[in-house]
Design a protein around this ligand. Structure first.
Ligand code: FAD
Length: 475
């Protein structure tokens, strides 16, 4: 990127919203995905749609790539800059523009922190269910771009189930508005749903209209310990087969339990092979009845101890323990690679076994936890990026796990996205015709391949990132 192009960028956003200092470039050179890193050429914090439009037009004229970024908590490298790129950071777009209690909607800017929105709507007895583990730091824009899931996905679905409308700047600089407050709208192609999960490759969101629900009046949170992981997996299948849909059904394996206990000191059973954290919610007596049935199923499947949180405080501390799983694991070794395979729920015991097999076969350590009710596991490899032999074995272990997940009818990512980290596996789930269709859509919407190029798949060899990736260009 030439100095004159940088001057033009600065002129569009103003000097105070522009930086290319070495410190800032380094700070924004990575997201939460280990091993991927690239310095951007410049970083901007645009203030309005007009500025983003002008930046996109300039990028097309001068042919430099643009990468949108929220809080940078992504786990597939979606917000990692590409070579010679301009990074557009959206965290200052943090206003909740409207909470409409009559239509049960919230209109927000993309930089609103997900947890902040949840707290604000709860004050009005409303509920925004998607709750990624990163809820206190990630942005709604990043959630929509990655179609983020979370702990409540089992009953309430994921981000896409709550997006009613989107305004975004297209790669050519035009403003696209799609969706709205109508609960029904089948006019034309469903662009809104198509955009959710586009990982910053098809447009930069500037406003997002979200669906809200009435807040559930009652909830019961339970914790069950198991001596054998297989029993926990069977209990999960038993609960689903009993046609009960908990709002949360999370599992932690022994490595994760030990790390979380060492971190939080809340009295988790460090000798148990697995724990299940289960929550049921809703209205009235049904919640208690569901909890009783679940407790029976847990007992039948040899749970050694079951406890029910006595109040909201205790329930929250149990949930917080689960939310710290990744951070607790990450303290153990210099590099924690967290992955995201998903299988049909009935195959959960098998994929858990496959993770264990991968650890043995490739001589690496995994902590495993995840959204058991969704069949979505997060095998986390505890490793050290300075040890290239170990990193190589870790990549082979993940390749093994992804292949096994796909063989079981599963997928390579349930909620973190494809980004850079998993694009080499995309064809195995999308198929060649599916992948070709995605590339054609990208080429049609982004003629010069300006917006977040090389993410999800590569159109141009320049954006190719090698697997295993190497740290590069730290200046
Ligand atoms: C501890 C931890 C726990 C996590 N738990 C979960 C979990 O339970 N479930 C889950 O799904 N994910 C989880 N994640 C992953 C991550 O938090 C989510 O993917 C989140 O949606 C990313 O939001 P962000 O604001 O950090 O986006 P970023 O990481 O900044 O960006 C993510 C993607 O969104 C694009 N993007 C960002 N803003 C915009 C915008 N305004 N317009 C267009 N594109 C944009 C970027 O280009 C990138 O491709 C976790 C991460 C961590 C570190």
């Amino acid at each position: 990127m030439s100095p004159s192009v940088k001057e033009k960028i600065k002129k569009i956003v103003g000097g105070k919203n522009y930086t290319d200092s070495p410190e800032d470039k380094l700070t924004y050179s990575y997201d939460a995905t280990p091993l991927f890193s690239q310095l951007p050429e410049a970083i901007v914090f645009p203030e309005n749609e007009q500025q983003i439009s002008e930046l996109m037009r300039l990028a097309n004229q001068e042919k430099f790539p643009v990468v949108p970024r929220g809080s940078g908590t992504g786990l597939s490298g979606g917000a990692v800059p590409v070579e010679d790129s301009l990074l557009i950071v959206m965290t200052k777009w943090d206003r909740i523009l409207e909470i409409d209690s009559s239509n049960l909607t919230a209109l927000v800017e993309p930089g609103v922190i997900t947890g902040v929105l949840q707290n604000e709507v709860e004050k009005l007895n409303l509920f925004y269910p998607p709750d990624p583990g990163s809820i206190n730091v990630c942005t709604i824009g990043g959630n929509v771009a990655n179609n983020a899931g979370g702990l409540r996905g089992l009953k309430y679905g994921v981000t896409k189930n709550y997006v009613l409308g989107v305004e975004m700047i297209l790669p050519n600089g035009e403003l696209l508005k799609t969706g709205g407050k109508n609960m029904k709208d089948v006019a034309g192609y469903n662009l809104r749903d198509f955009i959710v999960g586009s990982e910053g490759t098809l447009g930069i969101f500037t406003k997002i209209l979200l669906k809200l629900l009435p807040i559930p009046s009652t909830s019961i949170t339970m914790l069950a310990y198991f001596e054998h992981l297989n029993d926990a997996a069977k209990a999960v299948s038993g609960i689903i087969s009993a046609h009960i849909t908990p709002s949360m059904m999370e599992f932690l394996d022994n490595t994760t339990i030990r790390c979380v206990e060492e971190y939080t000191h809340i009295g988790l059973p460090v000798n148990s092979e697995a724990i299940l954290l289960i929550e049921v919610d809703g209205r009235g007596s049904v919640v208690g009845e569901d909890a009783d049935i679940i407790m029976n199923i847990l007992k039948k499947n040899n749970s050694s101890f079951i406890k029910s949180a006595k109040d909201t405080l205790e329930a929250n501390s149990l949930k917080t323990a689960r939310r710290t799983a990744f951070s607790a694991l990450a303290r153990q070794r210099p590099t924690a690679i967290l992955e995201d395979a998903t299988v049909p729920r009935s195959e959960l015991p098998l994929i858990i076994e496959k993770v264990k097999e991968a650890a043995r076969k490739f001589d690496v350590t995994f902590g495993n936890f995840g959204h058991a009710g969704d069949g979505n596991i997060h095998p986390t490899c505890l490793t050290d990026e300075r040890d290239s032999a170990e990193i190589n074995r870790a990549h082979k272990a993940f390749e093994f796990i992804f292949n096994e997940a796909v063989k079981l009818g599963g997928t390579i990512t349930g909620e973190h996205g494809t980004g850079l980290a998993k694009k080499q596996f995309l064809e195995s789930v999308a198929g060649l015709p599916g992948l070709d269709m995605m590339k054609k859509i990208k080429a049609a919407m982004d003629e010069n391949n300006i917006l977040n190029p090389g993410k999800i798949f590569s159109l141009s060899p320049k954006c190719e990132v090698l697997f295993p990736p190497t740290l590069k260009n730290h200046g």
